[in-house]
Write a protein that binds this ligand. Sequence first.
Ligand code: NAD
Length: 439
Amino acid sequence: MAYRLTMVGTGYLGATTSACMAELGFEVLSLDVDAEKISRLQAGDLPIYEPGLEEILRRNLANGRLRFTTSYEEAAAFGDVHFLCLGTPQKPGEYAADVSYLESAIESLAPYLNRECLIVGKSTVPVGTAQHLADKLARLAPIGSGAELAWNPEFLREGFAVKDTLHPDRIVLGVASDRAEKIMREVYASMLEAGTPMVITDYPTAELVKVAANAFLATKISFINAMAEVCEAAHADVKQLSLALSFDDRIGGKFLNPGLGFGGGCLPKDIRAFMARAGELGADQALTFLREVDAINMRRRARMVDLARELAGGSFQGCTVTVLGAAFKPNSDDIRDSPALDVAVKISQQGGQVTVYDPVAQENARRAHPELSYGASALEAAQGAHVVLLLTEWQEFIDLDPEQLGAAVATRKIVDGRNALDSETWRAAGWHYRALGRP
Ligand SMILES: NC(=O)c1ccc[n+]([C@@H]2O[C@H](COP(=O)([O-])OP(=O)(O)OC[C@H]3O[C@@H](n4cnc5c(N)ncnc54)[C@H](O)[C@@H]3O)[C@@H](O)[C@H]2O)c1
């Protein structure tokens, strides 16, 4: 049977999953409470930057497999499988995740469910959420046990979201029945045929896999950044240290690049929510190390500001600082908890005249931080700068010509916050080059 799918929530995750599942041949109806977002998506205008996605969106709008709505009633009548792609941000003033968007989506959808269906949660949630939502669903759905819940955490990476969705490295599925497993095996049949490993488990294990994966990745990044701190103290070079570690295949080189650390809409809030949930479960000691992981990560931002101030001559007063990058990572326009913007704002608060440039996250940054200045290009943003900071490693920044940039700035001083530039080349062009964790 060709199941009809709905996506509830069309943000980074939902928009990507919508277009990609339609691309795989499913009929998809996607829902959001944000009417403006829905009309843009329906018009083929992707509200986010994600390489390759807009093309897929447009192709599947044109062939009629993909549609958008704001009506829960319509979604309930249409779908055999409803994917939940709601946000789970950090609660203000707390470490815990806010799962109220998921709750409200179930409360809106369930009363219309009078045909058999499967609800599949994809959001990253505190362990225990799936069971709680399953209970709520059972209370509210007129079809009763005909509407069931499964948990299928998502591992896609912004910037590689299309590839990760069409060719995931694994599928994790928490189910409460054989029926749910059978439906999901059909939904993911093409991926399973291609050899994608699938782990079938219970709700809590599926929920935990996602946060455990993010905790591990965050730990790896903070590990190398802790080594950067030691290298700075010992006048050693963390980039060479990282390279040497990477040849050990038990360690590997991925997520081992020292720099300004992690940010974005996932890692920071996920490790904090994980700690909060472990605390509620009485297992807080198991995760106290994540506090340190978080602290190391935040210290990199403070160190970056210190290094920039040092190059500015001890104070930002009267100093023009160019910040290259606003997105939390390259190939994304996502500025949620962006280390680059965090540093830019701190320098501006300390009296620096900050001009930011980002190839795609510029407008998001301007909306969030109208107090900063913005340049139309890297060269324009660098006009008259006393210090340049490379904070998001976009390829176009790595490709910058030190001579050309040198002609724009007032003084040739650069801090490479991502260890992305070739220090020799920049020094040879007369730049005072500094990087985190390096002499
Ligand atoms: N962004 C990623 O790369 C990524 C990767 C893996 C997992 N995740 C997880 O996926 C989830 C979604 O993340 P995101 O980045 O897509 O978030 P997002 O904020 O971009 O998208 C959430 C969407 O849900 C909509 N929404 C809110 N309330 C709603 C409601 N009641 N009914 C319908 N729609 C509603 C919002 O308007 C928004 O469009 C989070 O739990 C996140 O941790 C995200």
